[in-house]
Design a protein around this ligand. Structure first.
Ligand code: TRP
Length: 363
């Protein structure tokens, strides 16, 4: 279905604090889109129900991280006046939609989802929970419930979007034009797409202890940056350095703009000049790290200030979630009504059904 409105839906599982990988991968973009004024509606979802699909034994972890993630969102610039922040589990319509979509997806199709496949490998399930297996369908419900046109997310979410588009097409083909096909909006460059951990590992992950969190205090960020993985062959300042796999430069690719050089490192006009000097030899890692620290702090310090303010008024944060969830539920319940109408399973609202049945049993 052609959407008349431009709508954003995206979200995160509340299983821990958000880190700078989340920030450059999606959160920063959400804030820009929110402030662009180009969108009619914005929904940012705390996906607690999805988080439970592989945390059935630990609902407390999910419960504890809801406010944590809300604080991360709001301190990073998500503005409740412009965006609805909602809690997935409090919108029952999403599970109902999911139940009907399940009939449009085959088991082999689910088995092919590369993100789910690699997640299963990473987790030590004794058996894969059905809920986990089918979470791409639940995610299709999340996206379509709000008639989302645009989903800003990392590339690991592309298979979910692909699956969602297939469900939308199948639904619209079978029951008539009802649902909107969404598009993913990927991060702007390679570094933002997959920000490595501070140790140079492919991914930031809590268990590897290689994350810089949005809520880390500044001394913590400094410690982490100054001990970051760089180029193991760059032993002396005069040695030529390598950029490939050099985490400090990857972070600069994700964070730095030309104007940062004016402010914090006027020896260079832009990142390319700094990189050239590094590869030529004569530029030490400490200087680059100090520059990166300044660039990161420029983004992180205002978040800390905002967070400290919000932490003083948690009932306000809860109220934001409550209002965002209520607004979201209204939209989702309209979509569910449309879906049930299209499937003709709205018996009590359908006078034709009653009449038809009456006729059928007339002698
Ligand atoms: N799968 C996403 C994650 O792991 C969270 C999520 C749930 C989501 N529903 C969504 C993202 C809908 C985008 C759209 O972070």
């Amino acid at each position: 279905m052609e959407s008349k409105q431009k709508v954003i839906l995206t979200g995160d599982r509340p299983t821990g604090r958000l880190h700078i990988g989340h920030y450059v991968g999606s959160l920063r973009r959400r804030v820009e889109l929110q402030n662009s004024g180009e969108f009619d509606k914005i929904f940012i979802m705390i996906a607690d129900a999805q988080a439970l699909t592989d945390n059935a034994d630990n609902p407390e972890k999910v419960r504890q991280n809801i406010i944590e993630v809300a604080l991360d969102y709001m301190s990073a610039g998500i503005d409740p006046q412009k965006s609805n922040i909602l809690i997935q589990s409090q919108i029952a319509e999403l599970t109902e939609l999911c139940f009907y979509y399940m009939n449009l997806v085959t088991v082999p199709r689910l088995e092919r989802n590369p993100t789910v496949k690699s997640e299963i490998k990473m987790r030590n399930f004794t058996g894969v929970p059905v809920g986990f297996y089918t979470y791409p369908i639940s995610q299709a419900a999340d996206i379509t419930a709000f008639q989302a046109t645009t989903v800003p997310a990392g590339e690991d979410q592309e298979p979910m979007l692909e699956q969602t588009r297939e469900i939308v097409r199948s639904f619209n083909f079978t029951y008539g034009d009802t649902l909107v096909e969404p598009k993913i909006l990927l991060p702007e460059n390679e570094a933002c797409l997959r920000l490595p951990g501070t140790d140079g590992q492919a991914k930031m992950s809590k268990s590897l202890g290689n994350c810089i969190y949005l809520s880390d205090p500044s001394d913590e960020v400094k410690k982490k940056v100054m001990s970051m993985y760089t180029d193991p062959l760059h032993l002396q300042v005069s040695d030529p350095g390598h950029l490939e796999g050099n985490t400090v430069f990857t972070y600069l690719d994700a964070f730095c703009k030309d104007e940062h050089f004016e402010r914090y490192c006027p020896d260079y006009a832009n990142l390319q000049e700094m990189k050239d000097h590094y590869t030529r030899g004569g530029l030490g890692d400490v200087k680059v790290k100090k520059f990166l620290l300044a660039v990161l702090e420029e983004a992180l310090e205002p978040m800390r200030v905002k967070r400290a303010e919000l932490e003083k008024d948690i009932p306000y944060v809860v109220d934001v979630l409550k209002k965002g969830t209520e607004a979201a539920r209204e939209v989702a319940s309209q979509t569910l009504r449309d879906v049930k109408n299209a499937m003709k399973i709205n018996y009590f609202e359908d006078p034709d059904w009653v009449k038809e049945q009456e006729e059928k049993y007339k002698g």
